[in-house]
Design a protein around this ligand. Structure first.
Ligand code: GLA
Length: 394
């Protein structure tokens, strides 16, 4: 544990003791957030993604109880962020708020024959800004799964934790996300990104060797209302486009099409808007496959160009960017030393990720922060990050 983590976990334990009486037998856990380097809105289309875990995420202090109560407390919330539930009443109806994430995971464990034999109490603290597109929710889901695995000795590996998190978010929270975020959190590896084929969950760790450069995240600090509804809407649009294509070809996912094949068949998609969305899914998948080749060949310039193209496609074809995030990406492209920059995550606000030369980072942050303020009146936030490991007991 580094100094920051020591301080943070000491505070978390103190908050746990204040809430639950004492800290006897308490155990500490962590699960990371993620940043996606490229491959956006491809994971529910059977395409490829290329995310990495971060060293920021969500921390938990947890212990079993003797009764059937589940007691949850968040240090991020206000004083009313404590809630109590019953292990025998986990159905989603009537529940709301942040506790839906951990409860949904307990519920999913139950559906899979792993309902804990007793309740538990948990205090959490997250250092990922909410709604930033860096997967604070997936980190909380993976964290909860990891806590259950360790407190009750359940036999679940990282891939299973990711699947449980996704299932829970889809069916408990009603957010029809793909598997990327939970997979990146559960399977993260220090200094590596994960090249994941969401069609069959085969994956490969690729070293993120950025000699003389770093990943810099810029947070627009805006979160537009559309996040969940817009996301589910995009997913439905892709499914409808796929249905049209299935009438003329034997595919089961948009990720199976090359750009050439898409161009040949696109006339089968009846609606112009649907065609643009499908185009993004197909071309973004192709960009992601080309991006990992570029990274392996040490061609960071090529990788950066693909990041820029990804942003344009998400902005113009997939319609998931927003004016604030466009200012961040488009300004970044004009700053010397920037290899590439794009919106990351589900969209409708959130962050950009850029690859920036070490000697240019200070100027990047200064110019981008100033321009963003001038154009939007808002203060951006910046984080220089390196890929981190998956969940851990501390
Ligand atoms: C959100 C979802 C992911 C993925 C991204 C877009 O983060 O949770 O499954 O679809 O959006 O790439």
């Amino acid at each position: 544990m580094n100094e920051d983590e020591k301080k943070l976990t000491t505070e978390l334990k103190a908050a746990f003791a204040a809430q639950y009486g004492d800290e006897e037998g308490v155990r500490l856990f962590f699960a990371p957030g993620r940043v996606n380097l490229i491959g956006e809105h491809t994971d529910y289309n059977g395409g490829h993604v290329f995310p990495c875990a971060l060293s920021i995420g969500t921390y938990a202090a947890a212990r079993k109880r003797d009764d059937r109560k589940i007691r949850l407390f968040s240090m991020n919330g206000k004083s009313d962020s404590f809630e109590e539930f019953d292990l025998d009443d986990l159905e989603p109806a009537g529940k709301s708020g942040w506790t839906m994430y951990p409860l949904g995971v307990v519920w999913t464990f139950g559906l899979r024959g792993m309902l804990p034999e007793t309740g538990f109490e948990m205090a959490i603290y997250g250092n990922i800004p909410n709604g930033s597109g860096l997967s604070s929710s997936a980190s909380l889901e993976v964290l909860t799964g990891f806590v259950l695995k360790n407190l009750y000795g359940f036999d679940v590996d990282g891939v299973e934790l990711a699947k449980i998190g996704q299932y829970s978010e889809n069916n408990y929270n009603g957010m029809k996300c793909g598997i990327m975020d939970q997979f990146a959190s559960a399977m993260g590896k220090k200094d590596h990104a994960i090249f994941l084929d969401t069609a069959d969950l085969t994956y490969e760790y690729a070293p993120v060797k950025l000699d003389g450069m770093k990943l810099v995240i810029a947070n627009s600090r805006v979160k537009h209302q559309l996040t969940d509804s817009g996301y589910n809407d995009r997913r439905r649009t892709c499914e409808e486009a796929l249905e049209d294509l299935k009438k003329v070809t034997g595919i089961s996912a948009l990720g199976e099409l090359t750009p050439e094949k898409y161009e040949e068949l696109k006339g089968a998609i009846r609606d112009d808007d649907h065609r643009r969305k499908a185009k993004h899914a197909v071309y973004e998948n192709d960009r992601t496959i080309r991006a990992i080749k570029a990274l392996k060949a040490g061609d960071i310039e090529g990788f950066g160009k693909l990041m820029n193209e990804s942003h344009v496609s998400l902005r113009d074809d997939y319609d998931v960017s927003c004016p604030e995030v466009d200012v961040l990406a488009e300004t970044a492209w004009t700053i010397p030393g920037v290899m590439g920059a794009r919106i990351t995550g589900g969209g409708f606000g959130g962050c950009t990720v850029a690859i920036v030369r070490d000697e240019s980072i200070e100027r990047y942050i200064e110019v981008l922060g100033r321009t963003y303020k001038e154009k939007t009146g808002l203060e951006a936030e910046f984080y220089t990050v390196t890929p981190g490991d998956g969940p851990a007991e501390l």
